[in-house]
Design a protein around this ligand. Structure first.
Ligand code: SAH
Ligand code: SF4
Length: 343
């Protein structure tokens, strides 16, 4: 049986129409499942024939919560078990009693970045739309049951396991479901997709997911260093990636986020900072500095706080807004980029 969470609003409407059912059911159903967040079949106001059709053709299961880790700062890491037994992680990150959710788009990742725990497990498979939507709904349901009154997830970031643009169709459809006015109605600008620079996806961005926030994992302004960190840079060089990004129209007050992973004695010198500043000066850019999070077996080291601050000070001279990302949920290995589910 098909999952209800695999359909966007227009697909659901079309399906009802093809079946000769009342298309107003689409509105009722998005309201019931996504706005009111009920997880059983809708009986209210739906015609009997539509109810029977739904019962016979759809299931409403969410990915099973395998384990939940709670950090002192209220960060929650979920390990979800999927239908085939594979596992993915999602992280709820608190902001004043509201949450952002960090979603996974694949089991593992094919990009094989040298600093990434997820990358070390290779790509196992793409997630399905219902598995992406299911992470959001599953986390929401957990909040309602465990932190009642706090079930507000207002931002979505694709920064968990996987390269979201390498599973473009699924991520796109999940975004459409999150954005649907009839349902969760999450504003386009509340969704951010982080990419290592997967060019085939960037080329589709402006036509297919316009308005969604873009974060590029930059990590170095030098092609050679970037080749070492992010192997697909050899196929899709930074120079070309930036050209496509510059071509994506931004709304008022919208920025592109450039994530810069700081690795001790590798890409954290003042020269690296100056060249990065020159590269991004004049762009609608926002920089996130991420001190490297070590994981078992990693060869890189995290720079000292003073080196991180010195790097930021150089960038400040280029007048680019720069934030040092403090790692939330460190104590349960929940920080983005530390997700690995190879058991
Ligand atoms: N695949 C996408 C999104 C997932 S990774 C991408 O690469 O952008 C999310 C972020 O975590 C990326 O900026 C990634 O570079 C960063 N990251 C990966 N491993 C990390 C580590 N060990 N320490 C800190 N950040 C890491
Ligand atoms: Fe994949 Fe992103 Fe990790 Fe690179 S950093 S291996 S693209 S998840």
């Amino acid at each position: 049986m098909r999952s209800f969470y695999s359909l966007n609003y227009s697909e659901l409407k079309e399906l009802l129409q093809v079946e000769g059912l009342n298309i107003s059911g689409a509105n009722l159903l998005f309201n019931w499942h996504y706005k009111k967040k009920n997880f059983d079949v809708c009986r209210k106001d739906l015609s009997k024939t539509t109810q029977v059709f739904l019962e016979e053709n759809f299931q409403f299961d969410l990915p099973k919560i395998d384990t939940v880790h709670m950090a002192d700062d209220k960060t929650v890491k979920f390990l979800f078990e999927l239908k085939d037994g594979r596992k993915v992680e999602s992280v709820l990150i608190p902001f004043h009693n509201k949450y952002s959710i960090c979603l996974s788009s694949q089991v593992g990742c094919a990009m094989n970045c040298s600093f990434c725990f997820t990358g070390t497990q290779g790509l196992k498979r793409n997630l399905e739309t219902e598995e992406v939507v299911g992470q959001f709904l599953g986390a929401w349901k957990w909040l309602r049951e465990n932190r009642p009154g706090e079930e507000r997830i207002l931002n979505i970031v694709f920064m968990g396991q996987g390269e979201p643009l390498h599973n473009f169709d699924t991520v796109k459809k999940a975004c459409e479901i999150f954005q649907a006015q009839e349902g969760t109605s999450i504003g386009t600008q509340k969704i951010t997709i982080s990419t290592s620079g997967y060019l085939p996806g960037l080329k589709r961005w402006k036509d297919e997911i316009p308005g969604v926030n873009l974060a590029l994992s930059l990590h170095s302004p030098f092609e050679e260093k970037r080749n070492e960190l992010i192997p697909i840079n050899k196929r899709f060089p930074l120079d070309e990636v930036l050209k496509y990004i510059d071509d994506i129209p931004l709304k008022k007050k919208q920025f592109v986020t450039y994530e810069y992973l700081l690795i001790d004695q590798f890409n954290d010198s003042e020269e690296d900072a100056h060249i990065t500043g020159k590269l991004l000066a004049g762009k609608r850019a926002y920089i996130n500095l991420i001190p490297f999070n070590p994981f078992p077996g990693s060869e890189y080291k995290r720079p000292s706080q003073s080196r991180v601050e010195a790097f930021k000070e150089v960038l400040d001279t280029y007048k680019i807004p720069t934030l040092i990302r403090t790692t939330k949920g460190d104590d349960v290995l929940a920080a983005c980029g530390q997700l690995n589910t190879a058991d």
